[in-house]
Design a protein around this ligand. Structure first.
Ligand SMILES: [Zn+2]
Length: 304
């Protein structure tokens, strides 16, 4: 049985946002059973400030994950925080944010993991909403693919496998497999940082997508190496970070999905499409437990 969880006490982290490059403060507070993961934008009008993590809130965006409410208020770049929530099994939290993006911090999940460990995570006296995949779901765009495969009977742990292929020798072909099991995630995945090719920087800068980007929050790959003076944290850090992003993105519905994820050159927009496909087809999955509130949410998502 999987129980709902929340933080034992509030935590706060602040830093620059990746896209806009502005300072933002993020406070995560404990929340009651059934609350879910709810962002509150302090800089938005109160009537549209709340954005709840749910299937219907998922929006496809370039270079990051994004959720939005019906009033148009959005929260971007939440994937590294979502991966930390998923790994700790946190299902209820109130997240206040004084800007449109979650701070990028060091480009990994490690600051969130450390802060959550320090705050403490507590189990609540109610079952968490968990869905189990019944059949394979896949989406493709060009040579990018993202797949969710059902677990075998008796399996209880979802896994994540990412393959990437970059046409620079410093990255090349890489793969990584891991899971959301806390120790594995902390040891193998949490510290892997966002990355970018040096050749992509001018285009991204021209579009205003990385005003807050720097060597303190992303690994920059030249043809033959990395520009970051400290080097890499793992030999296959980019593939590990793809697993991190996938874990965060697959939690954007707000509940655990028992499935094996495989991504090939997959990104956030493809993950949004994968989740849309999944939640729109209720023959592809079933609730592991009785979760009436979540059923309503998923039904609304399927109607869109
Ligand atoms: Zn990322």
């Amino acid at each position: 049985m999987t129980f709902q969880k929340t933080l034992a006490r509030p935590l706060r982290l602040a830093g620059l946002t990746l896209h806009a490059g502005v300072p933002v403060s993020c406070t995560i507070s404990p929340a009651a059973i059934g609350h879910g993961l709810v962002f509150r934008r302090l800089d938005a009008l109160p009537e549209v400030a709340e954005v709840k993590v749910s299937p219907e809130a998922i929006v496809a965006a370039p270079l990051c994950s994004r959720i939005a409410n019906e009033g148009g208020t959005s929260v971007s770049t939440l994937e590294h925080l979502m991966a930390a929530f998923r790994t700790y099994g946190i299902t209820n939290a109130e997240i206040t944010l004084d800007g449109p993006e979650v701070p990028i911090l060091d480009g990994s999940s490690l600051p969130w993991i450390d802060a959550m460990r320090e705050a403490g995570v507590v189990e609540q006296d109610a079952q968490a909403s968990v869905i189990r995949l019944s059949r394979r779901i896949s989406v493709s765009h060009g040579d990018s693919h993202a797949v969710l495969e059902p677990l075998s009977p008796g399996e209880t742990q979802e896994t994540f496998t990412a393959h990437i292929d970059f046409d620079v020798p410093s990255i090349g072909l890489q793969s990584c497999s891991s899971s959301t099991e806390l120790n594995a995630f902390v040891r193998e995945i949490a510290g892997s940082r966002s990355f970018v090719l040096a050749s992509q920087l001018p285009g991204l800068q021209a579009k205003g997508l990385i005003r807050g980007g720097s060597l303190t929050n992303a690994v920059v790959f030249d043809t033959n190496g990395v520009r970051n003076p400290e080097g890499l944290r793992y030999e296959n850090e980019p593939a590990r970070h793809k697993v991190l992003d996938a874990i965060g993105d697959m939690y954007l519905g707000g509940f655990q999905i028992l499935a094996h994820y495989h991504g090939t050159k997959a990104g956030h927009a493809l993950h949004a499409a994968l989740l849309r496909c999944l939640f729109a087809d209720q023959t592809a999955w079933h609730w592991v437990n009785d979760a009436p509130d979540a059923k309503v949410v998923a039904f609304r998502a399927a109607q869109r």
